[in-house]
Design a protein around this ligand. Structure first.
Ligand SMILES: Nc1ncnc2c1ncn2[C@@H]1O[C@H](COP(=O)(O)OP(=O)(O)OP(=O)(O)O)[C@@H](O)[C@H]1O
Ligand SMILES: [Mg+2]
Length: 249
């Protein structure tokens, strides 16, 4: 049965051609991400993590293979339909937050809704709800330079949720944050899965991801080298006790 937010990647190959040289970024990669689950992707720099995320997000197309999302193969979509996929089906969270510096937190959250043609009443009520969801209600009128990194990332997550996509893709979302702030952000992803049934794909080097992910997949040189449950990964990971992810209150 197809669940909302199901992602099935089959035999994906991605070759980048620049001038006369070719880089094979993905070399035949298969994975299935169940709807409403968290998949973590790990692996060394240059192994193809962002490439895979971009393909799932419809920001790029594979050279070969298929990506079925809720039963639709992205490879078969026209460019216009791929743009629709990007706008409606996925929300992207970035390492460097990617907020518009001249807009307030609330205006940043409302921007994707504006682009999707939502009316101002809808935008106002949803941005208020999202500010609450990420625990940033008092900061709605602040611009990014008036917020801490963790606060900006929470607004980044609210912005990704603006059009209520079933899938959230995050590329190193805790890469710029200190340990404690990174934990809060991981908790927020956990909440998106548990309370909002989002499918979450997180590229990360953060070993604590094993405590919240359903599956942890490692890629090396464009191929999957291991797939474990979060619990299996957590058992193997060596994290100091004081850095464990506390239970959500
Ligand atoms: N637009 C591009 N043109 C040419 N080569 C590219 C392009 N994007 C990525 N690559 C190459 O593809 C490979 C995979 O890159 P990718 O960005 O997916 O790696 P990554 O696992 O996300 O690395 P990092 O952890 O450093 O972010 C690398 O060898 C990279 O140099
Ligand atoms: Mg990357």
């Amino acid at each position: 049965m197809v669940e909302l937010g199901d992602i099935v990647v089959k035999d994906i190959i991605k070759v980048y051609k620049t001038g006369k040289s070719e880089v094979i970024a993905l070399r035949g990669l298969d994975c299935t991400i169940g709807g409403g689950k968290i998949l973590a992707i790990m692996g060394p720099s240059g192994c193809g993590k962002t490439t895979l995320l971009n393909i799932i997000g419809g920001l790029d197309r594979p050279t070969a293979g298929s990506i079925n999302i809720d039963g639709v193969n992205l490879v078969d979509l026209s460019d216009a339909d791929l743009v629709k996929h990007r706008r409606q089906r996925v929300g992207i969270v970035f390492q460097f937050f990617n907020l518009v510096p001249t807009l307030t937190a609330r205006e940043n959250i409302e921007l994707p809704m504006r682009l999707a043609g939502k009316n101002s009443e809808e935008m106002t009520s949803r941005s208020a709800m999202l500010l609450k969801l990420v625990d940033m209600e008092p900061r709605g009128t602040h611009r990014p330079d008036e917020m801490s990194g963790g606060e900006q990332q929470r607004i980044g997550i609210a912005t990704a949720l603006a059009n209520d996509p079933p899938i959230i893709l995050a590329d190193e979302p805790t890469g710029e944050l200190d340990t404690a702030t990174g934990q809060q952000i991981l908790h927020l992803f956990q909440k998106l899965r548990d309370d909002y049934k989002k499918t979450v794909v997180i590229v990360t080097h953060d070993q604590r991801i094993g405590q919240i992910a359903d599956t942890v997949m490692t890629i090396v040189d464009g191929r999957i080298t291991s797939t474990m449950t979060g619990a299996e990964f957590h058992e193997k990971a060596t994290i100091p006790a004081n850095q464990s992810v506390p239970s959500p209150s």
